[in-house]
Design a binder for this molecule. Structure first.
Ligand SMILES: Nc1ncnc2c1ncn2[C@@H]1O[C@H](COP(=O)(O)OP(=O)(O)OP(=O)(O)O)[C@@H](O)[C@H]1O
Ligand SMILES: Cc1cn([C@H]2C[C@H](O)[C@@H](COP(=O)(O)O)O2)c(=O)[nH]c1=O
Length: 212
């Protein structure tokens, strides 16, 4: 029987370095000879990427909070069935830039939607499936936003107020405390080399546990 792959998610606020460090993590997996796919949410399949574009593109018509929540889960349903579940079952690791904890942080913490509404959709779309490990890149909101601004034009979420992102960060830190066995919290406010030194230790121990 094929050994199930690990489902590893990378979370954090805007501009904290998720994409940069996801590439670092997958380099470590490659070096260890571990089969993996690297993907992101919202997105990860052609259809889910189209939903991503609906979610991220700024427009005049305001998007209702419920519409936003349902779009996020619609993209996730597609991503899970077409990409994540088959990969894990085939023994591949799935390294995913954001997953449902982002929904609890942004639509729950940021927009104020109830945990129980999100939990109902989580059960409907995912069944029992949850990430095995979650790396939270944590930095003060101002640090992440200044990195995001330097990158160029801001998307629909990045145009939110600082208070929105403070709530998002608070929700992530709360989840990290609540799910301490699954979470690895990394201080992402320091220079990249120091971030990757912390990350290297964490990924090596996760690999070791899987190979044992
Ligand atoms: N520790 C760091 N110190 C300084 N700059 C960094 C650090 N980590 C990432 N950066 C830079 O910050 C910018 C944002 O990084 P990146 O795109 O990886 O963040 P992200 O979390 O994926 O952003 P988003 O949430 O918008 O997708 C990039 O220009 C990247 O080079
Ligand atoms: C999965 C997910 C994402 N979001 C938001 C968070 C970000 O602002 C964007 C994705 O852009 P990034 O460049 O990949 O960071 O989408 C959300 O609000 N809810 C979610 O579940």
């Amino acid at each position: 029987m094929t050994k199930r792959g690990v489902f590893l998610t990378v979370e954090g606020g805007e501009g904290v370095g998720k994409s940069t460090n996801l590439a670092f993590l997958t380099e470590r997996l490659k070096a260890a000879g571990i089969p993996f796919i690297s993907t992101r949410e919202p997105g990860g399949t052609e259809l889910a990427e189209q939903i991503r574009s609906l979610l991220l593109t700024p427009r005049e018509e305001a998007m209702s909070e419920l519409t936003e929540l349902l779009l996020v889960f619609a993209a996730r349903a597609q991503h899970l069935e077409a990409c994540i579940k088959p990969a894990i079952e085939q023994g591949q690791w799935v390294v995913c830039d954001r997953f449902t904890d982002a929904t609890y942080a942004y639509q729950g913490g940021g927009r104020g939607l109830s945990q129980s509404t999100i939990a109902q959709l989580e059960s409907l779309v995912q069944g029992e499936l949850r990430p095995d490990y979650t790396i939270l890149l944590d930095a003060p909101v101002a640090v992440g936003m200044s990195r995001a601004r330097e990158r160029g034009e801001l998307d629909r979420f990045e145009r939110e107020q600082q208070s929105f992102f403070e709530k998002v960060r608070g929700a992530y830190l709360h989840m990290a405390a609540e799910h301490a066995k699954r979470y690895r919290v990394i201080d992402a406010s320091v220079e990249l080399e120091a971030v990757q030194q912390q990350l290297g230790g964490e990924i090596d121990s996760i690999i070791e546990a899987w190979l044992a």
